[in-house]
Design a binder for this molecule. Structure first.
Ligand code: PMP
Length: 435
């Protein structure tokens, strides 16, 4: 095998990729540059990561200064000044009472950390029999063993015929084409879908259930917007039965829904929030798990110098990542990015709903600056049509993403109306050319 193709790309059909590789060599603002010198308008903000645009000068400067000042410091029993400062700022943005921040290096690690904290908390309170974890169909929680176990994406599980984490169940997802198709904002139908959690409580007894993890708005599986009242109902059921509620906000935190967190926007406070992407604008990998104060307190009972969470990563709170995070949060404040995203939401909604009626389109969904256009699958080839649209757009100079047959959009928090129009029109032309 030629070594110039040694790189095994993640979540990519590698054999077909190498026939005409798509290689990006530079980026600035809202544009990528490819190895053949083309400029591409990024309609996906990196991979939901880079809402402030690429190579933001203030973030670049902060990282450059940090790498020349403190490259790395041991993170167990010792820490660095930037990690302390970033945790303080993340806690200040988080819903009241969620004041503890544990750093990871990715969304997947944030999920594993959150699930383990949930189990440890029950055990510390003498309820160590609460081991069952509940996820949701069509949930995406990263690719580690805990994440694929609570996740509800069949191919990500089946490919490994694995013994996944035992004792995991799934509540049903929140999409019903007949009742919700083409709705904007939150669907008014479907709050009762939360009651599926009661079915699992009946089946297993609450005393065996540790936590429920859900994405407030499911992203990777096609922008599934929670029905009005649904998240509130999940919160009530969890409270009633002593089940911890984890919101996986890896996509929705830090502005994507026009607020610091989806929890803030929906007014529902979970016990644990997982984050990653928007924390550093994608510049240096980092995730953060935000935890309710009382959970930390219960876990830290006992002899002072001996009680710890037996969990952590060599790079937890890495100074470069933390410096990138501090600069990113500062720019969000200076540019009023979350309010700008919120103000852009109706313009974006208008644009993507104009795709209704185009060839193959069977639904259009959006919330905040997250959008999904669902296409009818090509016979016998689920996902092929979505991929064709991605390729056509890439050739035409716009980067979007396909999750199966859902064409997905994640524009920058400061996208202009012109840019949104161009992204959507490029998809429109792609759909027409595939008619
Ligand atoms: N949770 C959610 C909700 C996600 O959307 C993602 C990534 N798209 C992850 C977890 C995993 O994050 P990572 O790829 O950084 O491990």
């Amino acid at each position: 095998m030629p070594h110039d193709q040694a790189f095994w790309l993640p979540f990519t059909a590698n054999r077909s990729f190498w026939k005409s590789p798509r290689v990006i060599t530079a980026a600035r603002g809202h544009y990528y540059t490819t190895d053949d010198g083309r400029q591409l308008l990024d309609g996906f903000s990196g991979l939901w990561t880079s809402g402030l645009g690429h190579c933001h000068p203030k973030i670049v400067a902060a990282v450059q200064e940090q790498v020349a000042t403190l490259d790395y410091a041991m993170g167990f029993q010792v820490t660095n000044d930037k990690a302390i400062a970033l945790a303080r700022e993340v806690a200040a943005l988080a819903p009241a009472g969620m004041g503890k921040v544990f750093f990871t290096n990715s969304g997947s690690e944030s999920v594993e950390t959150a699930l383990k904290i949930a189990l440890a908390w029950h055990r510390a309170r003498g309820e160590g029999q609460r081991t069952r974890l509940i996820g949701r169909e069509r949930g995406y929680h990263g690719v580690n063993f805990g994440g694929i176990s609570v996740g509800g994406i069949a191919p990500n599980r089946k490919a490994f015929s694995a013994n996944l984490v035992p004792g995991v169940d799934h509540i049903r997802h929140t999409y019903s084409a007949g009742d919700m198709a083409f709705t904007r904002g939150q669907p008014t139908w479907g709050a009762h879908l939360a009651d599926d959690l009661e079915r699992l409580v009946m089946l297993h007894d609450a005393s065996n259930i540790a936590a429920l993890i859900v994405e407030p708005v499911a992203g990777s599986t096609g922008i599934l917007v929670p029905p009005l009242g649904y998240l509130q109902r999940l919160r009530e059921i969890c409270d009633k039965h002593g089940i911890l509620l984890i919101f996986d906000e890896v996509i929705t935190a830090f502005g994507r829904v026009g607020a610091p967190f989806a929890s803030t926007r929906f007014g529902v406070t979970p016990d644990i929030i997982t984050t990653a992407k928007g924390l550093t604008n994608g510049v240096v990998p980092m995730g953060a798990v935000i935890v309710r104060d009382g959970i930390f307190d219960a876990l830290m009972q006992g002899p002072e110098h001996m009680v710890e969470l037996f969990h952590g990563y060599t790079y937890s709170g890495h100074p470069l990542a933390a410096a990138a995070g501090l600069a990113t949060l500062a720019v969000y404040r200076e540019e009023d990015s979350f309010a700008r995203a919120r103000a852009t939401e109706p313009v974006f909604a208008e644009e993507i709903h104009s795709l209704r009626g185009e060839p193959h389109v069977i639904d259009v969904r959006n919330f905040g600056l997250m959008g999904g256009v669902e296409l009818a699958p090509r016979e016998g080839a689920v996902g092929a049509r979505g991929f064709d649209v991605f390729l056509k757009c890439f050739e035409a100079g716009v980067v979007i993403r396909n999750g199966g047959d859902v064409v997905q959009f994640s524009p920058f928090l400061d996208s202009t109306a012109d840019e949104l129009g161009r992204i959507v029109d490029t998809v429109r032309q792609a759909l027409r050319s595939l008619a």
